[in-house]
Design a protein around this ligand. Structure first.
Ligand code: SF4
Ligand code: SF4
Length: 376
């Protein structure tokens, strides 16, 4: 563990750029924290924090000139590793012969700055999806293997965070190249920094660091402990998978369908959701066609279209598909939960539907062996 002064963040960005990384970090765009290319610390949301609750997000001025005192915003790092729109190939005729031109896999080396513990867990979940089994997504795998992760321990949680229930935060424990803890109070503003890989150690050795004293280390620990105390939302995960799979006819899903707009926001903002569709486009003269892969959502009617009709015609059945996949059948598919407790789906649901509350209602109904919503 070392200490760097706040000015050293610029050196870190420059070093990564010299190593041919495309440096991406938090910026302010359209009133939200958006991950985007950064070239200097001035691009960071210095002096801003956020206020989140179900269906609500506001960026507000912080009392301090903090660099990372916000919680996760609407976008996750999947927008770089698994972009919303990707061209797969172009087909065209040449000399009366059909030619297929596959898109080359990108070779971009991303350095992500400001990755939170829940987000590292989400990336590792997507690793299992895209290259943990027999079928491998070479595009994702190539980008991921080239990635450099500068994690940040959270100095703040909001009322939608429940990472402690999912065992995914707020302290960064693994999966990083470098990890920062921002210490800021009346008399101090510095970062504790540690490496978690050889690549991270190499970068750290080139920064201007100093040894931390006991007080600095204690201040760093306090940041994490204070953040943990702010997390009040909980999801009881004990036996949850079995309860959800036993409760597919729970009245909760009919009730939630009266509020859910089936807009799919929850799936778009979720850092682990990976559903996609493939669409073909032809040009005006029908001389070439392009096959495009796009994010899709289990909340659309078309997503469950199978040979003549959709399987999930009601909004309740689509909500059930999403919730039971995240918290139950994901375990069977990938060996973990599909939820890291980041709270994005709660913040960005326009009607504030809360996955922890709905799962808890299903649990209560199952435990009380009732079919009545009123009794729980
Ligand atoms: S389901 Fe919601 S809380 Fe869980 S990882 Fe996805 S967006 Fe975050
Ligand atoms: S739960 Fe909320 S965000 Fe998700 S589809 Fe329904 S209304 Fe949209």
């Amino acid at each position: 563990m070392k200490i760097i002064d706040i000015q050293e963040i610029d050196n870190l960005i420059s070093l990564l750029r010299e190593m041919n990384y495309l440096v991406v970090g938090p910026t302010i765009q359209n009133g939200a924290i958006i991950y985007s290319q950064i070239t200097t610390s001035k691009d960071l949301p210095i002096g801003y924090t956020d206020d989140q609750s179900p269906g609500r997000y506001r960026l507000i001025k912080d009392k301090k000139e903090s660099y990372f005192n916000y919680v996760v915003g609407p976008q996750s790092w999947k927008k770089f590793l698994y972009p919303a729109i990707q061209k797969l190939y172009t087909a065209y005729f040449k000399n009366n012969k059909l030619e297929i031109e596959r898109e080359e896999n990108p070779t971009t080396k991303y350095a992500f700055i400001g990755v939170r513990s829940c987000e590292i867990n989400a990336i590792e979940i997507q690793d299992r999806i895209f290259f943990g089994g027999e079928y491998q997504n070479s595009r994702y795998k190539g980008l991921r293997k080239n990635c450099f992760i500068v994690a940040v321990n959270c100095s703040k949680a909001n009322s939608n965070c429940f990472c402690t229930s999912m065992n995914t935060g707020p302290e960064v424990k693994s999966g990083f190249d470098l990890v920062l803890t921002e210490v800021i109070n009346n008399s101090h503003h510095f970062f504790l920094i540690d490496s978690g890989s050889e690549k991270g150690e190499e970068v750290l050795s080139k920064l201007n660091t100093r040894e931390p004293d006991k007080e600095s280390l204690e201040l760093g620990n306090k940041v994490i402990e204070e953040t943990k105390k702010q997390i009040t939302k909980q999801l009881e995960t004990e036996d949850l998978k079995d309860i959800l799979l036993r409760s597919l006819e729970s009245p909760v899903y009919d009730e939630v369908s009266k509020r859910c707009l089936a807009c799919g926001n929850c799936t778009m903002v979720c850092p682990t959701c990976f559903c996609m569709t493939v669409e073909d486009y032809t040009d005006f003269f029908k001389t070439k066609a392009e096959r495009i892969q796009k994010w899709d959502s289990c909340f659309t009617l078309e997503y469950s279209y199978i040979h003549g009709g959709s399987v999930r015609v009601t909004t309740g059945s689509r909500y059930r598909q999403w919730l039971t996949h995240k918290l139950a059948s994901w375990h069977e598919q990938f060996g973990t939960s599909g939820c890291v407790g980041c709270g994005r789906c709660i913040t960005w649901c326009p009607v504030g539907i809360d996955i922890t509350e709905e799962a808890t209602k299903v649990r209560r109904i199952a435990e009380f062996q009732t079919t009545s919503m009123e009794e729980i």
